[in-house]
Design a protein around this ligand. Structure first.
Ligand code: PBG
Length: 339
């Protein structure tokens, strides 16, 4: 073999046909899930930090779902919200809430896969993803949680799991195919699986936000729902961005508890986590390409600094290459037309 021939790896890069033939990873519409944000009342509302994304009342939501289906997408991830907030997040499981009514209408209008995010932060007045333990009379006395001084609110795990299970069950009743618990409450998948099974929803699947990091990339999303915690932050339940082995434990625990899909979130700065989890589990792996990752590309492209389409598709492809089978992305609608 001549030295010119030995490492001639560029041999397989000659021309678009050959490159297409030897391509190891492909991105398709079927991989992408479009997140959709519900709002009460009338009229859709744009979100300044997320160009192209709207908060939609039921009529707009129905039209959007129809459009997405025509574009060839297979799934949407719905986020509920309510103006009726309290310390127990009860609007989250009220079947008469505007969001539950909207879910039922969306269910009737489409055979797309409907997923719904299950969390308390859009329904609690304090904005936390769990039920905060009250001090004083009526509080669960046996919880040893004197950690306010360390910046962590005390989340009442039992009440939180109960509320999350109620939300998931109420969404299942409304016709959702898959519930996606995102509260990062320990044992949430088990609690939800049990609640679903006990009520006969054996076919409702669970996509767990297993490795959800306490990330600064959620900024634009929290503006949407005004869901920033009133006090404290989420570092006491979301993961430390520095940790990798812990993400494997989270994913394995969720699989054991009955998760059908485990998710890594955010995506872009956590591709190593996705890849590690892919190697360890036999369930599907999902990536959540979060709001901040979307907004920064939109902003740079608005300035003419980067090519949005090329950059977005490269990012999404990288997530697949890292091991994601499914990608939640705000580009789903646009990418369906690009791919
Ligand atoms: C709710 C939830 C969040 C996101 C999805 N579900 C916010 C958070 O945990 O703070 C973030 C989505 C995004 O940034 O695109 N718990």
């Amino acid at each position: 073999m001549s030295y010119q021939s030995m490492h001639k790896l560029s041999r397989l890069r000659r021309g678009p046909q050959l490159r297409a033939l030897v391509r190891e990873t492909r991105l398709s519409k079927e991989d992408l899930v479009m997140p959709l944000f519900f709002k009460e009342g009338k009229g859709a509302e744009s979100i300044a930090s997320m160009p192209g994304i709207m908060k939609m009342p039921v009529d707009a939501l129905l039209k959007e779902v129809e459009k997405l289906q025509k574009l060839g997408l297979k799934a949407v991830l719905l986020f509920g919200s309510s103006s009726r907030k309290d310390d127990q997040g009860t609007a989250g499981f009220d079947p008469e809430s505007a969001f539950h009514k909207a879910l039922r209408k969306v269910r009737q209008s489409t055979d797309m896969v409907i997923m719904a995010d299950v969390c308390l932060c859009a329904y609690t007045d304090h904005g936390h993803c769990g039920i905060v333990q009250k001090s004083g009379p009526g509080s669960s006395k046996d919880l040893k949680c004197g950690s306010y001084t360390k910046g962590c609110l005390c989340i009442d795990q039992e009440k939180t799991l109960e509320a999350l299970a109620k939300i998931a069950l109420s969404y299942a009743h409304a016709g959702v195919d898959m519930v996606a618990p995102s509260a990062m409450a320990d044992n949430q998948v088990e609690a939800i699986r049990n609640a679903l099974d006990e009520s006969g929803f054996l076919q409702t699947s669970i996509m767990s936000y297993s490795a959800k990091y306490a990330s600064s990339f959620y900024g634009p999303f929290r503006d949407i729902f005004d869901s920033n915690p009133v006090s404290g932050d989420r570092r006491c339940h979301q993961m430390d961005p520095a940790n990798r082995r812990e993400a494997l434990r989270e994913a394995l625990a969720d699989v054991e508890e009955g998760a059908d899909i485990v998710m890594v979130k955010p995506a872009l700065s956590y591709l190593d986590i996705m890849s590690a989890i892919r190697d360890k589990v036999n369930v599907l792996v999902a990536a959540y390409n979060v709001s901040g990752e979307y907004s920064m590309v939109k902003a740079a492209s608005a300035k003419g600094w980067i090519d949005e389409r090329a950059v977005a598709l490269e990012m999404l492809l990288a997530m697949k290459r890292a091991g994601a089978d499914i990608i939640m992305t705000y580009w789903a609608r646009e990418a369906a037309a690009w791919i």
